[in-house]
Ligand binder design. Structure first.
Ligand code: PHE
Length: 472
């Protein structure tokens, strides 16, 4: 007989694990950068509306699909549409996407670990110098960090859903909330912080145009871990006693609150550093912000709290983002692991080992693509320039495929699996779902405008990234 599928131990455990997946570098860094560049609260309002009206229905669809089929994404598509249906293409995409996103996310997580250790060991001064980041990513030390991290993540995943993922989330997520609030509260006591708050919370609607709307939607989609197969997989570990829609709402709320607080931490910190800053100059890349800009800001705090104080602050910040990244990383790797367990009947250990080894090789290929090895550094030309292997993974999987996966989920759930089945699944563990406003809204949104919008975003991103054509 097949082994009994693992389950989250409690509702809280599930919510923390799913929130652990959702809260990541996207919230803590991507969101504040985008908000800073795109009208502060105006961006926030649009973002929050997208979370509620567009992303939440997709999240509910993904989780129900997982809980109903009790499978990984590929198994979920196959078990509903049959082994030979074209829909299984969606299942494959929802397996390959998380695996490849895990590769590039692992590179960022390795760097975060390195920066945390750098700050703890008193290197903040050097870290804030212009050339430091470029040297750091090409130094041999990154491979040691990669080894440590791979081992750590492997051990967590090998401990399983309850004892690995759920336990980790129960420790790290509350620590993350406390650190975030403490760091924010501290920054707000510094001179000029109020300027940052004003900048953040007074909406500037003139900065909103179609392209910022697109950025807000992509940001929301990524931040909630949609289109990555994660919520299908996590859904498959949720007990039939729980309300899926209720859980999804909580996760969306936690994720959005963390993003909001991260803005309240980072923007005032930037204004403390330089009250005259022109935020248009902030790089649009979160990577540049975390690794080159923030160390400068942290070092500047030594004026008010001394070098040790500034180093403690920087260490706490990098640890915070590192925690967020680890809980996201385990969630995304659990997707292919569950597929190996379900489809190939591998043991958990064997799945972790095989996937860990494949992922590590691709991570190394990405890590040497910043100039160390020419083949990977100048991997492919598209969009009018030569791109590294790391760029390619980022552009294809992070920027382009997510909306496509979201679109496929909507179409699959509404037009293949069908509304009545979705309703039925969502009523399990939730007596009040039938006839509720949520039910009517989810059905309407998923069968009409949500797939239409996702299709539009997908097409416009492909045109922009790979053909250099902007339709905005
Ligand atoms: N929601 C995550 C974030 O905001 C996205 C993510 C999840 C990335 C899992 C990788 C793995 O960073």
């Amino acid at each position: 007989m097949a082994e009994k599928r693992e389950q989250f131990r409690s509702r809280l455990g599930f919510i923390l694990a799913a929130a652990g997946s959702a809260v990541g570098i996207g919230n803590l860094v991507g969101f504040p950068v985008n908000a800073a560049k795109s009208g502060g609260a105006a961006f926030l309002i649009i973002y929050a509306a997208f979370v509620v009206f567009i992303c939440l229905p997709v999240m509910i669809a993904e989780m129900s699909l997982g809980r109903n089929t009790q499978r990984n994404p590929l198994g979920a598509y196959k078990s509903i549409a049959g082994d030979n249906s074209v829909w299984k293409f969606g299942g494959w995409l929802a397996l390959i996407t998380p695996f490849m996103i895990a590769v590039f996310y692992q590179v960022l997580t390795v760097w975060l670990l390195g920066y945390f250790i750098g700050a703890v060991s008193g290197n903040l001064e050097a870290m804030s110098q212009p050339g430091y980041f470029g040297d750091f990513i090409n130094a041999n030390g990154v491979f040691i960090y990669l080894g440590v991290l791979t081992l750590l993540i492997g051990v967590i995943l090998n401990s399983g859903v309850q004892n690995g993922i759920e336990r980790l989330a129960k420790v790290l997520m509350p620590s993350l909330f406390i650190m975030l609030i403490a760091l924010t509260a501290f920054v707000l006591t510094l001179p000029n912080a109020l300027k940052g708050i004003e900048f953040y919370l007074v909406p500037e609607f003139s900065k909103i145009d179609l392209s910022t709307v697109n950025i807000a939607l992509s940001q929301a989609f990524f931040s909630l871990s949609l289109g990555m197969g994660i919520l299908i997989t996590y859904g498959s570990y949720v007990s039939k006693k729980e309300s899926v829609a209720g859980g999804a709402k909580m996760v969306a709320m936690v994720d959005t609150s963390v993003a909001f607080f991260a803005g309240l931490l980072i923007l005032p910190a930037i204004f403390v550093f330089n009250p005259q800053i022109n935020t248009d100059e902030l790089s649009s890349s979160s990577v540049a912000l975390v690794f080159t800009f923030l160390p400068k800001i942290f070092l500047s705090l030594q004026g008010s709290i001394g070098f040790i104080g500034a180093s403690i602050f920087a260490s706490a910040f990098f640890l915070l983002v590192f925690f967020a990244a680890i809980t996201s990383q385990v969630s995304i790797l659990q997707v292919p692991i569950s597929a190996f367990q379900d489809q190939l009947k591998y043991s958990r250990f064997k799945s972790v080992l095989v996937l860990g080894a494949c992922a590590a090789l691709l991570v190394i290929a990405s890590m040497v693509s910043f100039g160390r090895v020419e083949f990977f550094s100048e991997f492919l030309a598209y969009g009018g320039k030569t791109n590294s292997f790391f760029d390619l993974v980022y552009d294809v999987f992070y920027e382009t495929i997510l909306p496509l996966n979201g679109l496929i989920v909507c179409l699959f759930v509404m037009y293949r699996w069908r509304k009545s089945k979705l309703d039925q699944e969502l009523s399990v563990g939730d007596d009040r779902y039938q006839g509720s406003f949520t039910q009517k809204y989810v059905n309407f949104a998923l069968s009409t405008f949500v797939p239409a919008i996702l299709l539009f975003v997908f097409v416009s991103t492909v045109l922009l990234k790979f053909a250099g054509i902007s339709i905005f």
